[in-house]
Design a protein around this ligand. Structure first.
Ligand code: NAG
Ligand code: NAG
Ligand code: NAG
Ligand code: NAG
Ligand code: NAG
Ligand code: NAG
Ligand code: NAG
Length: 454
């Protein structure tokens, strides 16, 4: 009897220890944001901390993470959203190829822009045990002072990294003052490109453009955002050397899409060096940039490139929404006329991009467009045009109650082959109308008059 009781106690303790060792309770990363260096054949980063947990294929579907065969030194990262002192990590390896979870280190960082990383686990030189069941976790205790909000598992060697599940435990240290910005209100410049495509972690849809001219992606946050960083997940590898080269990312209050060297950049002239599939590009800054638009330009100052390509399928923006700040708002236009033709519907329909659409206005050198609105302090006047040559000049005359208060011109520096937004900035000039004329506007698709919110 006594022996049976001891035996039961022993079983109870063993089961308790096993359960506690990799318990779901206290796991800090289930279903949180996850990223990895590259992705092989649909084995996305989020499979390292999602449900259900598997150790390989179920039917045709693979439930673990797997970096690309072509780009080694794989890494996987989880965002814990707050700072924790991490004390324990449990890893679930695959049922096959356990050697893809060997020679890695585990580090934590408070912020991605920090130079310093805290070491949780120095290089692990034996492979994490092969998984025969979904309970075959191997756990590691972290070195002391493993404080941070981003946890990274890094292949130290030129090798693939695979993981089936990761659990992270630790004690709360402090809140973080930024997070992934909710993108449901974002608007894209391109009418045939819906912004939710870009947060599709399966990369089933992608934004892909190729041109012989500069390319861009513009996102309107429809709010002011203090941006601290961006993760960009590239599409499937293409054998085009121009993919993701000469990349500039800027944040501003202007919808202008033409490359502006004076903009506030998150990154300048970045060239991707990845060869692997679905590379993740990480751009973070230690001093946030505030604005309502994010612009990604692929711009070559030498003009020597003959092909440009932007090919991305996921965009995760970190920062904080700045609702208390004065926002720029698109001012309500009351009338837009060319001669006696009412063209307001075409030029204020929020459709910018225009391949394949017919809502545009042409302007002969002898014609003028008049835009009328209620009295407002104008900050920016912007037009979206296609196909302008470097000889194009657009005159813009700002008036208040029929008295001209400012005349300015927009000169097109380089030939524009794709649709672009061009802006002129005012020092908050009070006006009631704008008159546009040009020696050459073949296609005008949108007019934006932007003022400060009172
Ligand atoms: C972890 O591994 C990565 C990749 O080899 C390396 O860059 C980093 O310095 C290593 N960190 C530590 C703390 O060993
Ligand atoms: C994002 O914003 C939308 C609309 O405001 C809201 O419905 C949704 O719940 C938000 N998502 C998250 C994760 O907060
Ligand atoms: C990217 O490549 C261009 C040449 O196309 C070069 O001028 C530029 O310096 C490179 N950028 C960086 C950050 O190395
Ligand atoms: C931000 O980074 C820059 C360059 O890396 C550095 O000079 C500056 O001191 C940093 N500022 C803060 C507040 O950490
Ligand atoms: C909001 O944005 C303004 C700049 O427009 C900046 O000065 C201010 O510090 C920001 N507020 C917060 C809470 O980040
Ligand atoms: C751009 O203009 C040129 C010459 O004016 C013309 O040949 C070409 O078809 C135009 N392209 C588009 C897309 O409108
Ligand atoms: C007219 O506006 C331009 C900017 O578009 C500005 O540089 C210039 O100072 C303004 N002129 C007057 C007289 O206000």
């Amino acid at each position: 009897m006594k022996d049976v009781v001891y035996f039961l106690i022993l079983i109870y303790q063993t089961v308790t220890i096993l359960c506690v060792e990799y318990a779901e309770e206290g796991n800090l990363i289930r279903n949180g944001p996850a990223f990895q260096s590259t992705t092989w054949d649909g084995h996305w980063a989020y499979r390292g901390n999602d449900y259900p947990i598997h150790i390989g294929y179920v039917g045709q579907k693979y439930y673990c993470t797997h970096t690309s065969h072509d780009a080694r030194y794989g890494w996987w990262m989880a965002d814990l959203k707050k700072s924790y002192n991490i004390n324990r990590i449990c890893l679930l390896n695959r049922e096959v190829f356990p050697e893809r979870l060997i020679n890695f280190n585990i580090t934590v960082k408070k912020n991605l822009y920090d130079q310093h990383e805290n070491i949780c686990k120095a290089t692990q030189t034996t492979s994490v045990k092969i998984a025969n069941t979904v309970n075959d976790y191997e756990c590691f205790n972290c070195l002391s002072n493993s404080i941070g909000s981003f946890l990274k598992i890094n292949q130290v060697n030129n090798a693939i990294l695979t993981l089936c599940d990761v659990k992270v435990y630790g004690e709360f240290v402090e809140e973080r003052d930024y997070e992934v910005i909710n993108s449901s209100n974002f608007k894209s410049f391109h009418k045939d490109f819906i912004i939710t495509d870009l947060i599709n972690t399966e990369c089933l849809t992608a934004f892909q453009q190729i041109s012989e001219s500069d390319l861009f992606i513009r996102i309107n946050f429809q709010n002011q955002v203090d941006v601290l960083g961006v993760f960009i997940l590239a599409s499937e590898k293409k054998d085009v050397p121009a993919t993701f080269q000469n990349i500039y990312i800027s944040i501003s209050d202007s919808p202008q899409t033409i490359f502006n060297p004076k903009a506030n950049f998150l990154v300048k002239d970045y060239n991707s060096s990845f060869n692997g599939n679905h590379a993740t590009h990480t751009f973070f800054t230690n001093s946030s940039i505030t604005g309502s638009y994010l612009l990604i330009n692929s711009y070559d100052k030498t003009g020597l490139r003959n092909v440009y390509m932007l090919d991305i399928c996921s965009l995760t923006i970190y920062g904080h929404s700045n609702r208390s700040a004065k926002e720029n708002i698109k001012h309500k236009v009351e009338a837009i006329t060319k001669g006696s033709n009412d063209i307001k519907a075409i030029l204020t329909d929020d459709i910018y991009y225009f391949q394949g659409i017919t809502n545009y206005v042409s302007l002969l050198p002898s014609e003028m467009i008049k835009i009328e609105f209620s009295s407002v302090s104008v900050k920016l006047a912007c037009i979206t045009v296609l196909n302008m040559t470097s000889t194009s000049v657009i005159n813009i005359e700002l008036s208040k109650s029929a008295i001209i208060v400012n005349t300015t011109t927009i000169e097109v520096e380089n030939t524009i082959l794709i649709s672009h937004t061009l802006c002129t900035e005012y020092l908050n000039t009070v006006a009631t109308s704008i008159v546009l004329d040009s020696n050459e506007i073949e296609r005008l698709t949108e007019v934006d008059i932007i003022s400060n919110r009172k």
